[in-house]
Design a protein around this ligand. Sequence first.
Ligand code: 5GP
Ligand code: MG
Length: 198
Amino acid sequence: MANDHNQDLDRVLLTADQIAARVKQLAPEVLAGFEEEPGSTPEITPVPIMTGAFIFAADLIRQLPQKMQIHLMHASSYAGTATRTTAADPSQVKIDATLSNVPDDLTGRHVLVIDDILDSGHTLAAVTANLKQRNPAGLKTCVLLRKQRDAALDFPIDHVAFDIPDEFVVGYGLDYDGYYRNLPHIGVLSQAAIDAHR
Ligand code: 5GP
Ligand code: MG
């Protein structure tokens, strides 16, 4: 097929099966992180960060066997064809209130932030600062991927599904210029594919 998006990958980093197995394993770890005393987990309020986390969040929340209300937050830190954040610091990350539906008041709620990837950390810093102003009872953070670079490794985070090399990846929700989100696996985008979009 002429427009097969797999042709644009240098290599597959994580297969759909590997991702599914890790998400299944991660769910009880996330629940245990919220336990106030052994065996008693409070109601959790997941907040997936749009758009990159939509597939990971959809899979993770279906492994969490409790009643919950889910709220979305829309954050963007860089323009479509950039492969590194253009936000110099967390204040430049844009949280779009009209595309988000998080209540202003999170009093008593135990929030689980779900994001796709931890790179510079600016997005998670901005999102957690924003959510803390809403007075949640607790706030935990969970990412699918963390890049092997100092900024990401030094960033405080509660749960990481996979550590990956510091390369630009797409698939399973992660995009390049809006494309590749529907790949069921995660792969390294080739330089040729990056150049072709620019
Ligand atoms: P940070 O703010 O930590 O630098 O980056 C977080 C956001 O940048 C992620 O939510 C994601 O949208 C985007 N991002 C960072 N690294 C990558 C990558 O390798 N591939 C893709 N597709 N997006 C990335
Ligand atoms: Mg994102």
